[in-house]
Design a binder for this molecule. Structure first.
Ligand code: PMP
Length: 349
């Protein structure tokens, strides 16, 4: 007997890090920035009576501000509701062939979820034993390529020359570089977009701009790429960017000094913390992000994850092949990391 359930699109959803509702926790599990957004964002007066109106469907104020900031044309900028929205839209727009798209075996775990949802065939070349991408693995026929640089959850960045080599070998497909963490030490591929019309660079406000709650992401690429993305977006939902996001996102870009200051504070804390934990026998690859990927030979990661949680310290543990003895730890304030360090010191090896 057939039922309506036979026709349901069945998917296994992405599971984001926990957002616990309890108070007084140290939250190092979802790569948020420990500092608030710029005072210019916080103090901006919003004319909330205007909420009766639809927002600008093209989000032009924000698009123009992002274009100015990166010194590109406004027609080279696409904005969305967090980079998750931008990436999903890019998958839908560009990964439309029968050939397999490629992304690493260890990477942002939303990529395979979108591929499954959209019925895009894919293959995941393995990172090498040091968790580095192997560029030659991407010099084969494929339906498109996506990878984060720096990669997550490994925290490792590759130089822009490495990205260019991959793009050069793949001029007949779209290559998406997810630069969610680039401001914390990576080298951006934005310098390449005028040279390669098939390269899309994706950014977010959620990490370096301390605005995960506002949900702003964007993509920069050739005018052609952006036009195709807008065609799909406007066939799906015209009003994705709400009015407060457009205004506050624009405000954030005006305060470069605050942006640099908070990013540098995170970097300084990361460097100090990485050194401290190495003295406790932990290892982690050199991070170019706002998190570190740490492991210990003798203390199982799962055990640390659970004990930390009992102590109201939340970090991220992935029960997945190759990385099930690692923790991904977001860099919090210096004070938060000092507490986490004391906790690590209390563990018995
Ligand atoms: N890309 C990577 C590599 C990420 O880690 C994240 C954060 N989960 C995102 C994209 C999405 O971030 P957002 O939607 O908040 O912009």
């Amino acid at each position: 007997m057939s039922t309506w359930e036979d026709n349901v699109r069945r998917v296994v959803p992405y599971v984001p890090g926990e957002q616990p509702k309890i108070k007084d926790i140290i939250k190092l599990n979802t790569n948020e920035n420990p500092y608030p957004p710029s005072p210019m964002v916080i103090n901006k007066q919003l004319e909330l009576k205007n909420l009766r109106l639809y927002p600008d469907d093209k989000a032009l104020v924000l698009v123009d501000a992002i274009a100015d900031y990166h010194k590109v044309d406004s027609a080279q900028v696409f904005v969305g509701v967090g980079s998750d929205d931008v990436l999903a839209m890019a998958f839908m727009t560009f990964f439309n062939s029968d050939k397999k798209i490629l992304f690493p075996d260890i990477t942002y775990s939303f990529y395979d979820v979108w591929a499954e949802l959209l019925g895009i065939p894919y293959r995941q070349p393995a990172l090498d034993e040091n968790f580095r991408l192997v560029k030659e693995d991407y010099y084969v026929e494929n339906g498109g390529i996506v990878f984060p640089n720096p990669n997550a959850p490994t925290s490792i960045a590759e130089p822009v020359s490495f990205v260019e080599d991959i793009v050069k070998h793949n001029k007949d497909v779209v290559v998406i570089v997810d630069e969610a963490y680039v401001d914390f030490g990576g080298e951006s591929a934005l310098s390449l977009i005028d040279k390669y019309d098939n390269l899309l660079v994706v950014r977010t406000y959620s990490k370096s701009r301390s605005m995960a709650g506002i949900r702003i992401g964007y993509a920069i690429g050739s005018k052609k790429l952006i036009k195709y993305m807008n065609d799909v977006k406007f066939s799906y939902n015209s009003y994705t960017m709400n009015m407060p996001s457009q205004i506050l996102g624009t405000e954030s870009l005006k305060d470069e000094a605050y942006f640099r200051e908070t990013v540098n504070k995170v970097i300084d804390t990361r460097e100090w913390f990485s050194k401290e934990i190495s003295e406790l026998g932990f290892k982690c690859p050199k991070s170019s992000t706002n998190f570190i990927f740490m492991t210990h030979d003798k203390i199982p990661a799962k055990e640390i994850f659970e004990k930390a949680r009992d102590n109201k310290i939340y970090v991220r543990y992935f029960n997945k092949p190759r990385i099930d003895n690692y923790l991904r730890v977001t860099i919090g304030t210096r004070e938060e990391m000092e507490i986490f360090l004391e906790f690590l010191k209390s563990l018995e090896a």
